[in-house]
Design a protein around this ligand. Structure first.
Ligand SMILES: Cc1cc2nc3c(=O)[nH]c(=O)nc-3n(C[C@H](O)[C@H](O)[C@H](O)COP(=O)(O)OP(=O)(O)OC[C@H]3O[C@@H](n4cnc5c(N)ncnc54)[C@H](O)[C@@H]3O)c2cc1C
Length: 386
């Protein structure tokens, strides 16, 4: 039965992550954002806290908790900073997730312990310069070289999170590997270690948001990998990517929820402190109503997201609810940060006030891992199918 009472494990986890986020990330977030610095140190501290591989069993060095626990951790980091929440969300949903869910036993044993320990990071290469929403339009291809007994990969990927920093060790890349019997393009995912000859990575800068998160462009120029580099089965690439995005959307939703919560708390505190006309601006009904709307939308967002996690954790179909959660939570954060900046007046437009960063960081959430338009397509398709 779906319950609104969080189990004790989850409440303890929330407290520990909140303490870390407030104590370690918050004091550095503005400066790392300003200087566009990905912090290896904070990433490894987050790993020490168990934030990589939360939903991975202990036998692979994970924390052995459920998906809701992971979502609560992302929510708490996002309450303080979007970039670091992105590092954790991509590290788990896009890096560790596909290897845990689809990898062979050897691949899991080879990669998961170091990924969960934060000694290494994995990234997920789906998006290409000419293929974003239309993931099926990707051009990166892999050709089997019979004589050498190797796959040869050519192409490029763009906007890939956690792909260029010092810990980045492997990218799961989707490539066209041939044609199915029905004549359709066959997609396969390959695990490509960063040191593989012909694989180059370029860090992308001057982002509006998530400026302390690592984003890269990847180039594959006759990259040769063995047959064992295939993630799971040949031809399963498209399904693997879609399933990965379904689960990943819950983490983007958590970033929207946590970011909205953080922005609301900052607006509430500011409204009590800031005085105009001889009294705190919190005394004005126009401000009070904004706060009330923020709190109401955040509660609704949390209920929807936790319900979607419950569906996933209990093995039920959750794709439509993941899309709803991603759509709603990311758009709630948009409305909340807008009101939070409004409550801060001119100061909300200055970098020394955190709401300015929250305002920028929110925008990725309606775009990454499927835009709001795509979520509406997923939801309405599911409704129309009945
Ligand atoms: C910081 C950052 C990190 C990212 N991390 C990763 C990562 O780790 N791995 C990865 O693979 N990708 C990653 N992405 C890519 C991200 O998932 C894509 O940007 C996103 O899927 C949208 O693709 P696009 O940017 O090419 O936009 P487009 O697909 O070009 O879309 C442009 C606009 O057209 C709309 N549109 C497109 N098709 C339709 C349609 N059929 N109907 C209605 N509207 C439509 C879209 O909704 C959007 O508004 C990242 C992106 C960013 C910015």
């Amino acid at each position: 039965m779906f319950s609104f009472e969080l189990p004790e494990d989850h409440r303890i986890l929330r407290g520990a992550v909140r303490e870390f986020a407030e104590g370690v990330i918050a004091p550095q977030a503005q400066e790392l954002d300003r200087t566009e610095t990905f912090s290896v140190e904070i990433t490894q501290q987050m790993a020490d806290l168990g934030l990589f591989g939360i939903f991975v069993p202990e036998q692979y060095n994970g924390a052995g908790l459920d998906y809701l626990a992971y979502i609560i951790a992302v929510e708490e980091i996002a309450r303080v900073d979007g970039s670091h929440a992105a590092t954790v969300a991509a590290g788990n949903s896009l890096g560790i997730g596909p290897i845990y869910n689809f990898g062979s036993e050897e691949q899991k044993q080879e990669w998961l312990p170091a990924l969960c320990a934060g000694e290494k990071m994995a990234s997920f290469g789906l998006t290409e310069p000419d293929a974003g929403t239309d993931a099926g339009g990707s051009k990166t291809n892999a050709v089997w070289d019979e004589a050498a007994g190797e796959w040869v990969i050519n192409g490029s990927k763009i906007f890939i999170t956690n792909s260029t920093n010092r810990l980045a060790a492997v990218t799961v890349v989707q490539a066209i590997s041939g044609k199915s019997e029905a004549g359709r393009k066959e997609y396969t995912c390959f695990m490509v270690p960063v040191e593989t000859a012909g694989f180059t990575r370029v860090s992308m800068h001057k982002k509006m948001m998530w400026r302390a998160s690592d984003t890269g462009e990847l180039f594959f120029d006759d990259v040769r990998v063995p047959g064992a580099a295939i993630l799971g089965q040949r031809g399963a690439g498209f399904k693997q990517m879609m399933k990965t995005l379904d689960a990943g959307r819950l983490a983007i939703a958590a970033m929207g929820l946590g970011g909205a919560q953080g922005a609301m708390e900052k607006a509430l505190a500011y409204a009590k402190e800031r005085r105009q006309f001889g009294r705190p601006i919190a005394d004005f009904q126009a401000i009070q109503f904004k706060l009330a709307d923020m709190a109401t939308e955040i509660e609704a967002a949390r209920s929807l997201l936790y319900r979607a996690c419950w569906l996933k954790d209990t093995g039920q179909p959750f794709g439509k609810y993941a899309a709803m959660s991603k759509l709603f939570c990311s758009e709630v954060m948009g409305r909340v940060v807008d009101a939070a900046v409004q409550i801060h007046g001119g100061y909300g437009l200055m970098q020394e006030y955190d709401v300015e960063r929250f305002y920028r960081d929110q925008k990725l959430l309606t775009i990454g891992e499927g835009t709001s338009e795509v979520q509406r397509m997923v939801i309405s398709r599911s409704m129309l199918k009945g």
